[in-house]
Design a protein. Structure first.
Length: 201
């Protein structure tokens, strides 16, 4: 659920950037002697901070509600940091993508069209809601490569097992590495989109 919250939070937070463009605030920022990428990185960073605050609140709420989240006996502070790392990287991935889209579109209608086109397929082709065994064979590689699946599986490993075995640690490291690759790729794409959207006219 934290993975889904992170995805939806990142997707809809970009509307603030679209409204900044419509109000003329982005045009004003574009006249400042600052790199165009700093505008993009600023929008991305504030979205990540908001998403992580929401993720932490959701995690704490899951612990407090009756019959809620149960942590493995060996779960430690290091495990908590691992869970937060997975969701921070997931927030980075989608903040990079949706911040770039938000800077590129000209209206809120266009932005929400992109959000709905991307968010629901990403959500329902991930293992955040359904086990991998529920997917048909042709969809399993797509589900396993989904960034939401990577973050969910990394968090599950720590929450369910606590201390990880060598095999589980390898799986966790692979999930984190996959999220890092997605973050780098979407970040590079977002920077290109931002430079194009904010270039001097």
């Amino acid at each position: 659920m934290i993975a889904i919250v992170s995805l939806t939070t990142m997707s809809f937070m970009g509307v603030d950037t679209v409204l900044d463009r419509l109000s003329g605030y982005l045009d004003m920022l574009s006249t400042y002697p600052i790199p165009r990428t700093s505008i993009y990185l600023g929008a991305m960073t504030q979205n990540i901070v908001k998403a992580m605050a929401t993720a932490v609140a959701t995690f704490l709420l899951a612990l407090l509600i009756p019959n809620g989240l149960r942590l493995a006996q060996g779960f430690s502070l290091l495990g908590l940091l691992g869970v937060l790392l997975a969701f921070a990287l997931l927030s980075l991935v989608f903040s990079a993508l949706f911040s770039g889209i938000a800077l590129s579109v000209k209206s809120t209608d266009s932005f929400f069209a992109f959000v709905n086109f991307l968010t629901f397929p990403i959500m329902f082709t991930s293992t955040a809601l359904f086990p991998i065994t529920f997917f048909p064979a042709w969809m399993k590689p797509l589900a396993q490569a989904n960034p939401v699946s990577l973050a969910s599986e990394a968090a599950r490993l720590l929450v369910v097992n606590g201390a990880l075995s060598a095999t589980q640690l390898s799986s966790f490291t692979g999930d984190v590495a996959g999220l890092l690759l997605y973050g780098i790729a979407f970040g590079a794409l977002g920077i290109l989109m931002a430079k194009r959207a904010l270039r001097a006219k």
